[in-house]
Write a protein that binds this ligand. Structure first.
Ligand SMILES: Cc1ncc(CO)c(N)n1
Length: 223
């Protein structure tokens, strides 16, 4: 059992509320309303900007060149790969770069991203990577499961691009290396007495991921 499995096992309800959320289930069934997906895409653009800042913080928090390079690779994966894919996906859903630029963060986006940034600012690199773990490793798990469930029908599925990106080899490898890096960090920095605090951090980040899906299902009224 690696540290990621231990964190998941310590927070089974929070993890399930995230990876088996209604938004995910309905995306897989193809019954997710398009408007909910668009709301999600816009907020996820804003999420990715803050997520890049979290990796920049990981460079700063690194105490070895190897940790700093790993964080830099994560930062460049977001800025040079994931963001480009995301902007293209948004364009196919009728959202222009100007629309994305003009959007404002919803409360759920602020809550999740600033929670991660604060965990990293107040703690060490292990705290930051534990708070980030549900993001990368969770999306890889969700993408792979949906692609398996849908099977050959994926080619004509309404959400095929999103599922294909996160189920794809490049993203799966990114998640595998994030998981390995988390294990290495824990082997160096985690004393057993720290585990309960890390498990709480992981559970909270997983619940905030679940709230992020929910936010797209419950659009707020005008204000
Ligand atoms: C909200 C959220 N969590 C995780 C990922 C994976 O990068 C993402 N794009 N958005």
């Amino acid at each position: 059992m690696d540290v990621f499995d231990r964190l998941k096992a310590a927070a089974p309800d929070a993890w399930a509320s995230y990876v088996e959320h209604d938004f995910v289930r309905r995306m897989g069934e193809g019954s997710l309303p398009e408007e909910a997906f668009r709301t999600y895409l816009v907020q996820d653009y804003l999420f990715l900007i803050q997520f890049a800042r979290a990796y920049a913080l990981a460079v700063y928090k690194g105490r070895s060149l190897a940790d700093m390079r790993a964080a830099q690779a994560g930062l460049s994966a977001i800025l040079d790969v994931e963001m480009g894919l995301h902007v293209r996906l948004c364009a196919r859903w009728g959202l222009s770069p100007d629309d994305l630029e003009a959007a404002t963060e919803e409360t759920g986006t602020v809550a999740y991203t600033r929670f991660v940034l604060d965990a990293g600012a107040a703690g060490d690199l292990l705290d930051l990577h534990v708070a980030l773990a549900p993001c990368v490793i969770g999306y890889a798990e969700i993408g792979r499961r949906l692609a398996e469930e849908i099977g050959p029908g994926l080619a004509t599925h309404p959400y095929r691009e999103w599922i294909g990106e996160y189920a794809g080899e490049a993203y799966q490898e990114l998640a595998t290396s994030a998981r390995r890096h988390l294990g290495d960090l824990a082997a160096r920095a985690m004393t057993e007495s720290r585990f309960p605090d890390l498990a709480r951090l992981f559970a909270q980040a997983s619940r905030l991921e679940a709230d992020f899906w929910q936010m797209a299902l419950d659009p707020r009224g005008p204000r």
